[in-house]
Design a binder for this molecule. Structure first.
Ligand code: ARG
Length: 444
């Protein structure tokens, strides 16, 4: 709507300068970042006709733009004309449309399937506040795509396999407390995980032991499998409780372990396509000069995170024939996804272009970074509880009813945590500050 208005004004301005046959429509862009304005018009294509440099043209056009109530500013920037819409006008316009159209606002009928891989916490490593961004952003993307008319498949690619299970088994057998595991599984798993790492520093045989247990698990040993199942089960119960509070649901919890028996076929296919090469005894795929090779199999034959992701992508294609496959995962994994997508491409899958990594910045905690091994972890559920308790206090201070058999504090507290995630620029690192999140002043 503002775009059309800009087209009209810009055409007028150009006409007043004697350029009548220049079509502006189709060339208005949305700048990559909001600091550069809401819309931009590149002046490069006018250079020939106007016999001036794009920079000069932009400056000249910016100078003659009429004062318009709905435009806050028009700025010449490196050959671009950048438009800033007056926020008051913008919000009035949009809110007006929303009120008029109600729930249909923004709806479309695209059709087709969009698979969204999000949240995806690691079992045996706690569901920490670090996973909240993926959960909240992924859930919003799922809602938006549903509203746009796509069939959305919400996939939780649980980190439920890997060498850390060997460590957990050793730890549990030595120091585990089965009733604590039932009552507070994630905390108990963290406790023994931390203990393991403390002890392993003194006693090197623990790591050998852990490797042996993981091997047992991979070979289908009964006891190892039972333990793994139990860890997975109790963790999942706890995850689901948090998801319920956040209002998040999944269509699939097929995590990494689900692909155990499906990887061999993929590795064989890579072999057949002659994409595998050997590097220090490991099997890798070269993905180009500019990136390190993608590791497919370790020296000892063990598969890796990437092997599972390549397998998962092909499985999802077979199953969903998706329009898009979104991975809502932190920016620290950008290299991983770039490698995986390139391998898929080299395997000859044109749908590799439909795979998109949606990265986000890291949550920072002042000086302290989170370290699972040291037990330096903030649990998501504790954050939610703290937020809710703070809201209760605030309600009390202000003599507002904290609880009249309603769940005001729960809704406001959890809502504030969700809002906090969505209100930040996705790609920026954010400082975690609970007081700010539930402050009654400011945006929240
Ligand atoms: N479990 C991983 C982590 O917590 C995230 C998994 C993301 N999804 C994927 N298909 N790799 O770091």
């Amino acid at each position: 709507m503002f775009k059309e208005k800009i087209v009209k004004e810009l055409t007028n301005v150009l006409e007043s300068k004697g350029f009548e046959d220049i079509s502006v429509e189709g060339f208005i862009e949305v700048p990559p970042s909001p600091e550069l304005g809401d819309y931009a018009f590149p002046c490069f294509r006018l250079a020939k006709q106007m016999r001036k440099s794009p920079i000069e043209i932009a400056t000249e056009l910016a100078g003659v733009f009429a004062e318009l109530s709905w435009i806050k500013d028009v700025v010449a920037n490196n050959g671009y004309l950048n438009f800033f819409i007056d926020p008051d006008h913008y919000s009035r316009e949009v809110v007006g449309q929303i009120l008029e159209q109600g729930e249909d606002y923004g709806a479309r009928n695209y059709g087709g399937t969009v698979v969204i891989d999000f949240s995806s916490p690691n079992i045996a490593k706690p569901f920490s506040v670090g996973h909240i961004r993926s959960t909240v952003i992924g859930n919003s993307l799922a809602k938006i795509h549903t509203h746009l008319g796509f069939a959305v498949e919400r996939v939780n690619h649980l980190g439920d396999w890997g060498t850390q299970f060997g460590k957990l088994m050793v730890a549990y057998k030595s120091w585990g407390d089965s009733s604590a595991l039932q009552e507070e599984p994630l905390k108990e798993l963290l406790r023994i995980y931390v203990k393991y790492h403390q002890e392993a520093e003194k006693d090197g045989s623990l790591d050998d032991n852990a490797r042996a247990w993981f091997k047992k698990l991979e070979d289908g040993d009964q006891e190892a499998l039972e333990l793994w199942k139990e860890f997975r089960k109790v963790s999942l119960i706890e995850f689901k409780r948090v998801y319920e509070r956040l209002g998040v649901e999944f269509d699939s919890y097929d995590g990494e372990s689900f692909f155990n028996d499906k990887m061999e076929a993929i590795v064989n296919y890579l072999e057949e396509k002659q994409l595998l090469s050997e590097s220090d005894g490991a099997l890798v795929v070269d993905v180009g000069e500019d990136l390190p090779p993608c590791l497919i199999k370790k020296k000892d034959g063990a598969t890796l995170y990437a092997t599972r992701d390549i397998t998962a992508a092909t499985y999802r294609w077979d199953r969903y024939k998706f329009e898009k496959l979104l991975y809502v995962v932190g920016v620290t994994q950008s290299l991983h996804f770039e490698q995986v997508f390139r391998v898929l491409k080299q395997m000859g899958y044109s749908w590799a272009d439909r795979c998109i990594h949606v990265p986000f910045g890291t949550i920072l905690f002042g000086e302290e970074s989170m370290s699972t091994r040291k037990g330096n972890v903030i649990f998501l559920e504790d954050i939610l509880d703290q937020a809710v308790n703070k809201v209760k206090e605030i309600l009390k201070e202000r003599n507002l009813p904290a609880d009249q058999g309603t769940d005001i504090a729960e809704k406001v507290g959890v809502g504030a945590v969700i809002f906090n995630e969505l209100s930040h620029n996705r790609i920026k690192d954010i400082e975690f500050d609970l007081d700010k999140i539930i402050s009654f002043e400011g945006d929240t």
